[in-house]
Design a protein around this ligand. Structure first.
Ligand code: PTJ
Length: 249
C-alpha cells in the first residue's frame, strides 16, 4: 500500500506496512501483529517519541553491554521484521552476537529470521543446543554459545516468564517494552520504555559515542542507574500526557 508522506500518521502506518510485509515473508507470526497493536497503544499515550527516561535507559543499556563479558542480543520475529538492519548495526558496532529466540517456535521461521539477519554480515546463533531450566515455553531452547552463557541479554518485546528465568540464572536483562507495567518491564534490570523502531537506532548512536569511553566512566553510568525510578517516570509521563490532552477537549 502506498502511504503518502503527508499523512498525519505516516510513521505509524509505514511501521505497520513493514511488519505486515515481514508477516507475509514468514518472519512474523499473526500474534506478533496483535502484540504490535498493544505496543502502538502505549506509544500513543507516551507521545510517540523517545522520552528522557527512555534515552537514559538506552544509554545505560549500551554501557552495560560494552562492560559485559558475554553480551548477546536476542531477536524474535517482530524485532527482525521491524529493525533487522538497525539491530545488525548495533551488533557490528559493539561486536555483540545475535541469537534468534522465538516464542512461537518453528524451525522454518528460525531459519528465515537467521537468514534475514545474516544478510547484514553479522554473527547469528540459532543452534538450539541448550536449554534454560525452569522455563516451559519454547524460549527455553537456546544456543550454548549465546543466551546460555551470556551475562547480559538484550531482549526486545519479551514475555515475563523468560525475563524472570534469565534473571534467576544470574543474567542481567535489558528489555525494550512500550508497556511500563508489563511483568517484563517490572522485572528487567534495565527497561527501555520506547518503540523498538526508535530505541535501536538511538542505541546505535550511543554505541558510536560510548565505545571509546573508559571502563570507570561506563561503570559509573551503570552504577548510578535506578530502574524503578525510570519506570515511575514512564508511568507518570503517561498520566501527564493524558492530562495535557484532556485540556484540549
Ligand atoms: O516472534 P515470536 O514468536 O517470539 O513472538 C513475538 C511476540 C511479540 C508475539 C511475543 O514475544 C509476544 O507474545 O510478546 P508479548 O508477550 O505480547 O509482549 C510484547 C510486549 O512488547 C508488549 O508489552 C507490547 O506492549 C510490547 N511491544 C509491542 N510492540 C512494540 C513493543 N515494545 C516496543 N516496541 C514495539 N514496537
Amino acid at each position: 500500500m502506498h502511504v503518502p508522506p503527508s499523512h498525519p500518521r505516516y510513521h505509524s502506518l509505514i511501521t505497520r506496512e513493514k511488519l505486515a510485509d515481514a508477516f507475509r515473508k514468514g518472519l512474523v507470526v499473526p500474534e506478533g501483529l496483535i502484540a504490535h497493536g498493544r505496543g502502538e497503544c502505549f506509544d500513543y499515550i507516551l507521545g510517540e517519541k523517545s522520552r528522557d527516561f527512555a534515552l537514559e535507559a538506552e544509554r545505560v543499556a549500551v554501557a552495560m553491554m560494552i562492560l559485559a563479558d558475554h553480551p548477546v542480543i536476542s531477536v524474535n520475529g517482530n524485532a527482525a521484521g521491524l529493525v533487522a538492519e538497525e539491530i545488525c548495526m548495533l551488533s557490528k558496532s559493539l561486536s555483540i552476537p545475535l541469537e534468534v529466540n522465538i516464542f512461537h517456535r518453528s524451525e522454518e521461521r528460525i531459519r528465515r529470521i537467521a537468514e534475514e539477519l545474516a544478510k547484514y554480515g553479522v554473527t547469528v546463533y540459532s543452534r538450539g543446543d541448550a536449554v534454560i531450566e525452569g522455563l516451559e515455553s519454547a524460549r527455553r531452547i537456546v544456543d550454548s554459545r549465546g543466551i546460555f552463557k551470556a551475562d547480559v541479554v538484550l531482549v526486545p518485546l519479551e514475555d515475563g516468564d523468560r525475563c524472570e528465568i534469565l534473571k534467576k540464572s544470574g543474567k542481567k536483562v535489558i528489555a525494550i517494552d512500550l508497556n511500563p507495567l508489563s511483568r517484563t518491564s517490572q522485572m528487567a534490570d534495565v527497561t527501555i520504555v520506547d518503540n523498538i523502531v526508535r530505541a535501536i537506532p538511538n542505541m546505535v548512536d550511543f554505541a558510536g559515542e560510548m565505545k571509546g569511553m573508559d571502563r570507570g566512566e561506563l561503570e559509573r553510568i551503570v552504577g548510578d542507574y535506578d530502574n524503578r525510578e525510570i519506570l515511575k517516570r514512564a508511568v507518570k509521563s503517561i498520566i501527564e500526557y493524558l492530562e495535557w490532552r484532556s485540556g484540549d477537549m
